[in-house]
Design a binder for this molecule. Sequence first.
Ligand SMILES: OC[C@H]1NNC[C@@H](O)[C@@H]1O
Ligand SMILES: [Ca+2]
Length: 444
Amino acid sequence: MAELRFPDGFLWGTATASYQVEGAVREDGRGESIWDRFSHTPGKTFEGQTGDVACDHYHRYPEDVEHMARMGMNAYRFSVAWPRIFPEGKGPVNQKGLDFYRRLVDALQGRHIQPCLTLYHWDLPQALQEKGGWDNRDTGRYFAEYAHTLYQALGDRVPLWITLNEPWVAAILGHAFGQHAPGFGDFPLAMRVVHHLLLAHGWAVEAFRHDGPRRAQIGITLNLSPVEPATGKEADGQAADLADRFTNRLFLDPIFRGAYPELPDLMRSALPQATPEEMERISTPVDFLGVNYYTRQVVEADPQGLYGVGMVPARGDLTEMGWEVYPQGLYDLLIRVHREYHPQAVYVTENGAAFADEIQDGEVDDPRRIAYVREHLSRAHAAIGAGVPLKGYFYWSLMDNFEWAFGYSKRFGLLYVVPGSLERVWKRSARWYAQVAQANAVPL
Ligand SMILES: OC[C@H]1NNC[C@@H](O)[C@@H]1O
Ligand SMILES: [Ca+2]
């Protein structure tokens, strides 16, 4: 039977994030996060849904790890909730919070599943937000201390560390568009947050280099998407170039080249004046790049659009998020990042799709998700063949969970989570993905 074999040692995993799956928001000394505050603010999330209970992963993690083991996973990407470790963002460590992640890592190791730990997946302690949040550079210093605390506590048992998840989303959706916590609509603020998040990343990497775990590796996860012009018109090409600078290169260039890309004056002037020393910190070398890929962007010149850029509505095969299913974009993106930024290693730290999954007689048949993953894995395989040092793939997500402002209305999981009981039910895609992981090959 035809199949695409992946390199020996390739990581097959799934990804989650603390606020989206854990619940137990008041348990064992956890402090409030900006997402607790945001989701409890009327009108911010679908039907006012919150992460108060979520998937109750805080208590059900042994069962969830068991599901991963049965799926033949050899890796699992999760995030640590900063407010569990430092309820006020800094100060005395909350040992009970740390103990939860020690238990989780122990359970993973017990089943030979490599932990991939994300330090920040958007749940900033509310106490720090009250001191300015990411608009205050001190927050980045506290982040580096938080990171250092985790290096000490878990460093010898966690091989892969990620500083930030999708800093573009945290900065822009959270501070310019207001769709995410903390919910500001202030573009200059958002650009200051871009710079302060990058500084936080650099400081955390330096702390890792100074006295972090020796054998482990550290990187950052960026949401990246190829940007294509709607037509061959010069104006559309310029719009695509600008959109690429504002979404992809805004982070890729500082991290891998030590300098921001050229930006339009208004955008550029909103960025703090970065000193060469700061750009050195930001571009402290990383061991790998995490790529979160979902879809491509198609743009056109639009005088009404932000900076004259208009997003062309996606057409064709769409997911429940309205995102175009476009597997070729994963290949194009991996090749571009490899050729232009030369990361030592790359992981697809998120790729997945929400579809209108229905449970019937305890079964969830999700052929579109199987097709989605098969097509994207075939492009990942082609990228490896073209020389991209791709070392692993984490499907988003292990299970249906809190999809931010969409609440629980969007199901990305390989495991269906039954509302109320929170019972996990394998979708057909879970069984398909298990075969891929166990064979280290994609059947065609
Ligand atoms: O929208 C799906 C995912 N995208 N990346 C960040 C995750 O937190 C989201 O659930
Ligand atoms: Ca440098």
